[in-house]
Design a protein around this ligand. Sequence first.
Ligand SMILES: *Cc1c(COP(=O)(O)O)cnc(C)c1O
Length: 372
Amino acid sequence: MIPMLDLKKQMEGIRDEVLKEVADVMESGQYILGRKVSQFEQKTAEYIGVKHAIAVASGTDALHLSLKALGIGPGDEVITTPFTFFSTVEAIIYQNATPVFVDIEPDTFNIDPSRIEEKITPKTKAIIPVHLFGRPANMDRIMQIAGKFNLKVVEDCAQSFGATAGGRKTGSIGDAGCFSFYPSKNLGASGDGGLVCVNSDELATEIRLLRNHGSSGGYIHTTVGFNSRLDEIQAAILLVKLKRIDSYNEKRRQKAALYNKLLCGDGDSGLLCPGLGEDGSYTHVFHQYTIKHPRRDAVREKLRNEQVSSMIYYPVPMHLQPALKFMGHREGDFPAAEAASREAVSLPIYPELEDAVIERISSAIKSVLARV
Ligand SMILES: *Cc1c(COP(=O)(O)O)cnc(C)c1O
C-alpha cells in the first residue's frame, strides 16, 4: 500500500544526526525548557520573521494560549472557517468564546474574505484564518478587514510552516501565528509540539507565563497558566528538520506540480487541482495535496484497489460536528464547506515520494473519470 506519508523514509535521510541529537539531550540531563528549546525558538523566530517564538506543547495549545493572551473570553465572538481541523474551534471554546463560521472559497478551501464583514458584530474580537493544506489564506484582505474593525488576527499555521503570503511567512502577518509539530505536519516532531510567533513583547511575555503555570520563576505565580511546554528531545529533533524544511517544502511543491500537470494539464478532467501560486502572490507548501471532484468516492475506490492510500480532509465540516450541535447549525448553512467535505480527496504527498508513483496514481484517477 502506498502511504499518505512515509516518516520512516524521512528518518532514513537524517538518522545519524537525529540519533546523535537525541543522545546528546539524554546525556545533558536537561529535559524541559533547556538549551535546545531556546535554540529552536531563536531559529524559528528568525525563519518566520518575528521578534518572538514561544514553543508550547501542541498546535492546539498554541491557538488556545494565543487567544487567552489576547484577552479573548466569554461572550466574545471569533470568526473562523468551518472547513478545518476541530482544534481551531476547540481553542475558541476553551476560552468560552463563540465561534462564528464564514464559508470557504470553493477553489482554495480557505475562508472567503468577501463574506467576513457580514458576520462582524459588536462582539467580534478576532479572526482565525487557517492556511489549510499549506496554502495561505488571503491575508491581504483579512488584515484589511481586521484593521477596519479593530479585530485581532490569530493565524492557524498548523499546516503551513514555510508558506508565504505577499512575500511574508505565514505566522508573521497576524497578531499571533500558531504552529503544530504533530508528526504528520510538514515540519513534524516525534511526538506533540507547537509554537506561537508574535512581534509584541507583552504578548510574548504573557504566553511564556501561560505555558509554564503562570510562573515568573522561583515558585511565584503571577497568573493561572498551564503545563504546555515543548520538551528538549522534540526541540532537538525539530532543529534537525528545520535545517531542511525549505528543501522538504520545495520537493512537495515539485510533486504537486507533477500531479497538477498529469491530472489537470489537459483542462477537461472536471477535476479541481490546487493552485501553485505561480503568480508569486503566495507559496503553497502542500502539507496536503487535495483535489476535488463530484465523483470523489469512485476515485477513492479505484485508488484503494490500486493499493494507494487517500484521505478525506475533512469528512464533516465544523458546523455539523456532533460536539457543536449546541450551536444550532444545519446542513446548507455553509454550502462550499459542505461540498468540499463531499468532494475533496487528499492524495499521498511527501518529499521522498517517487515521481513514478505519482504517474501511477494520476493515471488510475484519470481512468476512473474517463469512464462515465
Ligand atoms: C494539526 C492541526 C491543529 C492542531 O495541532 P495539534 O498539534 O495536533 O494540537 C490545529 N489546526 C489545524 C488546521 C491542524 O491541522
